[in-house]
Ligand binder design. Structure first.
Ligand code: NAI
Length: 328
């Protein structure tokens, strides 16, 4: 049998963690042949609650689960890690300003970036789910200059999946028949879901839906889906966020299908006019454990305008955390 892969998950006592850990242990992320070692990082005061989650992980008797360890020490958590799933983050509290939120998360992701650089395996791949995900990934990458830039990513797969679901519902097609969806930009309300290259059952999506629907319904529904779920459920999207995190890593490691791509937030080298160094969402193909941005796509004028606005937001977040001293 394959030797176990070490997966460090932060925020394991939280809502997403409660879904994510079980999906990983079941083999949904790395496949049914790959044993996993779970290493869970939490804040000290959440460790007792996390013990309950660990009891349930044991009780699920997953054949692939080689071990589970918990800690409040990042140096222990990232020791030998092959994957870092950075889910734990500081939520925006009542009366908290945007700057306070960036500062609180800056401290968390800078410390974790340093621990990753010092402790993780050579194979380390980092996926940031905790918000503001793109900027948190930027901070972690800045704190780990010896880790190759392409190993850092942030989650926009949930937005991508939401876009697939909306287009599927509109066209009466199973999601599995839709290819080449794109989400560009920041994981925030400025994100840019783009159907202009999408194929529905092999046909161009833009021949099946009208521009009014795309602009007036599709884009706002996808971009504001998180708020709609909080409104309906009284709690934020956790199962779908965990599922998207699993999908993101699975695509990265196992590859994307030959006729399709996915959306990932990665460090820009200037592609599609996104300034170098920003962590922004792009269409990517993956193979052999590496992603590459799909190049040469024509960018629709509406998409361009929205992407410019989303990139401006990313640049403003970067400038704010730079001012706070988190980018070195
Ligand atoms: P939650 O509040 O239920 O859980 C977060 C957990 O992280 C808590 O148990 C907390 O103790 C822990 N934590 C906080 N600071 C930590 C640190 N320094 N080290 C380790 N653990 C720490 O939140 P939930 O619902 O699980 O969401 C987690 C994050 O994911 C949030 O930032 C949320 O905004 C984000 N999110 C991102 C999505 C995406 O698509 N990128 C989608 C949905 C949520």
């Amino acid at each position: 049998a394959a030797s176990p892969v070490t997966i460090t998950v932060t925020g394991g006592a939280g809502q997403i963690g409660y879904q994510l850990l079980f999906r990983i242990a079941a083999g949904d992320m790395l496949g049914a042949e790959q044993p996993v070692r779970l290493r869970i990082l939490e804040v000290q005061q959440a460790l007792p609650a996390l013990e309950g989650v660990v009891m349930e992980l044991h009780d699920a008797a997953f054949p692939l689960l080689a071990s589970v360890d918990t800690t409040a020490d990042a140096a222990v958590a990232f020791e030998g890690a092959d994957h870092a799933l950075l889910v734990g983050a500081r939520p925006r509290g009542k009366g908290m300003e945007r700057g306070d939120l960036l500062a609180a998360n800056g401290a968390i992701f800078a410390a974790q970036g340093r621990a990753i650089q010092e402790r993780a395996s050579e194979r380390i791949r980092i996926t940031v789910t905790g918000n503001p995900a793109n900027t948190n990934a930027l901070i972690a990458a800045a704190a780990a200059p010896d880790v190759p830039r392409e190993r850092f990513s942030a989650l926009t797969r949930l937005d991508h999946n939401r876009a697939l679901a909306q287009l599927a519902a509109r066209t009466g097609t199973p999601v599995g028949d839709i290819r080449r969806m794109i989400v560009w930009g920041n994981h925030s309300a400025t994100q840019v879901p783009d159907v202009t290259h999408a194929l529905v059952g092999g046909e161009p999506a833009i021949d099946l839906v009208d521009r009014e629907w795309v602009k007036g319904e599709f884009v706002p529904t996808v971009a504001n889906r998180g708020a709609a779920i909080i409104e309906a459920r009284g709690a934020s999207s956790a199962a779908s966020a965990a599922s998207a995190t699993v999908d993101h890593v699975r695509s990265w490691v196992q590859g994307t299908p030959a006729d399709d791509w996915t959306s990932m937030s990665v460090v820009s080298r200037g592609e599609y006019g996104v300034p170098e160094g920003l962590v922004s969402s792009f269409p990517v193909t993956c193979s052999d454990g590496r992603w590459s941005i799909v190049d040469g796509l024509a960018v629709d004028a509406d998409v361009r305008a929205q992407l410019d606005a989303s990139v401006a937001e990313l640049a403003a977040e970067r400038d704010a955390v730079r001012e706070l001293g988190y980018l070195g």
